[in-house]
Ligand binder design. Structure first.
Ligand code: ZN
Length: 259
């Protein structure tokens, strides 16, 4: 079986600008994830906001099966033309895993069509994640619940579409709850939003977290890539109706053009 081509994208600003964060993630969050996820069936590539084209050239996007996204303070600096290309590729089949503060990224708001707003609090509180979909491939080898000793609180209401499948519900020490693991399908692409991963805590070294993200990468692997279009199509069976109406059909393209 061919390896899954995984691109891990990180904003990579906190780790370079804040020495305390750099101590936790000396190689960046993307570097830590790459080490933690490394496996024979994965071909992992790293990309960051300040790389040329954010590390997401046309060639990289075209050769990515699954894209992991971590961003926080610089969502607005992500180029709209690149977001557009990622969105198109998701619709064509690319998997997308959005982590933590990526809830407010341009790409997550684009694929959900929602504001993705939520409540938050930085108080190093304990998070307990309840696995409410124990048969789902993303929760494989995860028990009924597990805990993260210290995490930023994300609380409801989380403004996301209601067609998502909820895999994890979190309870925080301070009393809030949150839909912390949710899947969506858009076009031919599979999307997983996973809440843990505030940069001030070593969350991406925790075994359960890596297990879940690794499971999600395999789950989100494309079945195929197929361009989105609206083709005019011949009839399978003989049509006996007589068409006396004027034919006004035009070919419409996914980029909004028509001819
Ligand atoms: Zn955070």
């Amino acid at each position: 079986m061919q390896k899954i081509r995984l691109t891990i994208w990180n904003e990579f600003r906190h780790e370079r600008e804040n020495p305390e964060i750099a101590k936790i993630y000396p190689e960046g969050i993307h570097g830590a994830l790459a080490r933690g996820l490394a496996a024979d069936d994965l071909e992992i590539r790293l990309a960051a906001l300040d790389d040329p084209d954010h590390g997401l050239s046309d060639e990289v996007i075209a050769s990515t099966d699954v894209l992991i996204w971590w961003g926080h303070c610089a969502h607005g600096e992500v180029r709209d033309d690149i977001v557009e290309k990622i969105h198109t590729r998701v619709l064509e089949g690319m998997g997308l895993i959005v982590l933590h503060s990526g809830h407010f990224s341009k790409i997550f708001r684009r694929v959900t069509g929602c504001s993705c707003s939520l409540k938050w609090r930085e108080a190093a509180e304990r998070e307990r994640l309840w696995n409410i979909a124990p048969c789902h491939p993303i929760t494989r080898e995860i028990g009924e619940y597990f805990e993260i000793p210290h995490e930023e609180m994300y609380g409801e209401r989380f403004d996301i579409p209601t067609d998502g499948e909820i895999l994890f519900i979190s309870h925080f020490e301070g009393g809030n709850v949150f839909r912390s693991g949710v899947t969506f399908e858009r076009g031919y692409g599979k999307i997983f939003y996973f809440q843990p991963g505030h940069e001030s805590y070593p969350v991406y070294y925790q075994q359960e977290i890596l297990q879940i993200i690794g499971n999600a990468v395999r789950w989100a692997r494309p079945v195929f890539f197929r361009q989105m279009s609206a083709p005019q199509t011949p009839a399978l069976d003989k049509i006996t109706s007589v068409n006396t109406a004027p034919v006004t059909g035009i070919l419409q393209n996914i980029d909004g053009t028509a001819k």
